[in-house]
Design a protein around this ligand. Structure first.
Ligand code: UDP
Length: 237
């Protein structure tokens, strides 16, 4: 079987883990995503994951209520650690060796991030879950995903979303929005397509990393795309 990409970075938003709930982690959804990751691993794909935190906390929520943005962002980054531990639990349960590396040191809970450690764990066959975003306020976990993809030498950044690709407008609100099969990083930036933030897209462009946007809610879609099928929008040079 031919693989489209041999080494990938998967971005899972906090929202994806929430399932139908309004907040927090739906364990059944985390288990399902873990199952998809295992399926892809079994094909021989090397996978690392950046996890978001929006299902628990977003820094802007504090800032919009007159609080301190930096503190809010610290809270958001801590939320990503909770999600990372949940995903590791789901992976471990089904026999997938996984490790959490955090951009913010918390040695009692998980290892700290370094590129060296991440590459060594990946080399040893583990799924590396990156927690804590970039470790800096004013960034997002999308930017962390582009950064870690570059550091891991990933051949593609898979961005799991609520829909099956990039549309000209949010298809939830604009039913006749156009869906794209292929775009360039420049297209995404110049058209202001709201799929990832500008920093993330620019970093991917600079490092020639394709971004594959697909629906995280379609079971098995991750492996279908990795093996040449499925529905996605591919953003590349
Ligand atoms: N965050 C941050 N720096 C980072 C990554 C995340 O400060 O490098 C904070 C920020 O407050 C953000 C929150 O963590 O709102 C959760 O991350 P994000 O919104 O990217 O999660 P997602 O939308 O993917 O669930």
């Amino acid at each position: 079987m031919t693989l489209r990409f041999k080494r990938v970075l998967l971005k899972v938003s906090g929202e994806a883990l929430m399932g139908q709930q309004g907040f927090g982690i739906d364990v059944a959804v985390a288990d399902r995503i873990a199952g998809d990751i295992r399926e892809a691993r079994e094909l021989g794909v090397e996978i690392s994951v950046v996890i978001g935190g929006g299902n628990i906390f977003r820094g802007v929520a504090v800032a919009s209520k007159g609080g301190d943005r930096v503190t809010g962002d610290h809270m958001g980054m801590l939320a990503t650690v909770i999600n990372a531990l949940a995903l590791r639990t789901s992976l471990t349960k089904i026999g997938v060796d996984a490790i959490v590396l955090s951009a913010i040191a918390m040695p009692e809970i998980c290892e700290s991030f370094s590129q060296r450690a991440a590459l060594a764990h990946a080399e040893a066959g583990r799924v590396v879950i990156f927690a804590g975003g970039t470790g800096n306020p004013f960034f997002t976990t999308d930017s962390a995903a582009a950064l870690r993809a570059a550091e891991m030498g990933a051949h593609a950044l898979f961005k799991g979303t609520q829909v099956d690709g990039i549309y000209s407008a949010d298809p939830k609100f604009v039913p006749d929005a156009t869906r794209f099969d292929q775009l360039t990083h420049d297209d995404v930036l110049s058209r202001g397509l709201a799929v990832m933030d500008v920093t993330a897209v620019a970093l991917a462009r600079e490092n020639h990393i394709p971004i594959v946007v697909f629906s995280i809610h379609e079971q098995g879609e991750f492996t279908r795309i990795l093996t040449g099928g499925g529905r996605s929008t591919i953003v590349s040079d």
